[in-house]
Write a protein that binds this ligand. Structure first.
Ligand code: ATP
Ligand code: MG
Length: 232
């Protein structure tokens, strides 16, 4: 598994008046587990934290490394290793049809055409999208779109897949489908969610509260800690 290292990471965003507001404070953590969950209240810093994993956000202080690569200096190399799935798959679907969207993910890999076709076929098959291959991607259902977004990340064969609330917009059946897919993933996974049952079999769960990493442990203990924070 990749080695993720946050060393003394703090982050401030500028608000509309140009004032810096600190949203992540002194986070230091080393993650080597297969499946890592991230939970915490709205606004606690979870998305900011995971966006640092593929250099979507570069920390104001401290450093983030994935397999020794510093996200502030080696964003391109980082993005070849780290796939990112957004909550809203529409943010990620760029090509008109399902199969074109999958092939588009591979554009920077400089793979032979046959290899692109082979990977696209495999992804269509795995994600139950084969029947929709020539369909306009924007006409897929919410669940199908989320599966397409996940498939588009996975065709690139990332070492680490980051998912920020991938089931939030989905109905129960589709949430279960995505959950099954996540369970079967071979690459390392860092997943943010408010669906706490998604994390049942995770190896490690981080709890954020007001920008701080306040708990780090197994899923049951982490969920109990989170409940204690918000329900007291
Ligand atoms: N691009 C941005 N510019 C300015 N402020 C931001 C930006 N992104 C997030 N913030 C602020 O940073 C804080 C942490 O946001 P973040 O999105 O990391 O929280 P979160 O834990 O993912 O919340 P949620 O559960 O609602 O998704 C919030 O107060 C938010 O308003
Ligand atoms: Mg968020």
């Amino acid at each position: 598994m990749p080695v993720i290292e946050f060393a003394g990471v703090s982050h401030a965003y500028q608000d509309a008046t140009g004032q810096a507001r600190t949203v992540l404070r002194e986070v230091s953590v080393r993650l080597t587990e297969h499946r890592v969950g991230v939970i915490g209240a709205n606004g606690s810093g979870k998305s900011t934290f995971v966006r640092m994993l593929n250099a979507l956000v570069v920390p104001s202080f401290g450093s983030v490394r994935v397999d020794g690569l510093d996200t502030a200096r080696e964003a391109r190399a980082i993005r070849r290793r780290v796939g990112f799935c957004f909550t809203d798959p529409d943010a990620q679907i760029v090509m008109p049809t399902v199969q074109e969207d999958l092939a588009f993910s591979l554009r920077r890999r400089h793979l032979p055409k046959e290899e692109v076709a082979r990977r696209v076929e495999a992804a269509l098959d795995t994600y139950g999208l084969a029947a929709h291959r020539t369909q306009p991607a924007h006409l897929l259902s919410g669940g199908q779109k989320q599966l397409l977004a996940l498939a588009a990340v996975l065709v690139t064969d990332p070492a680490l897949v980051v998912m920020d609330e991938p089931t939030t917009l989905l109905d129960l059946a589709n949430a279960v489908r995505v959950r099954e897919r996540v369970r079967a993933l071979a690459p390392q996974v860092v997943l943010v969610t408010h669906h706490l049952d998604l994390l049942e079999e995770f190896d490690r769960v981080l709890v954020f509260h007001e920008g701080r990493l306040v708990f780090d442990g197994g899923p049951a203990a982490a969920v109990a800690h989170y409940r204690g924070l918000v329900l007291t």
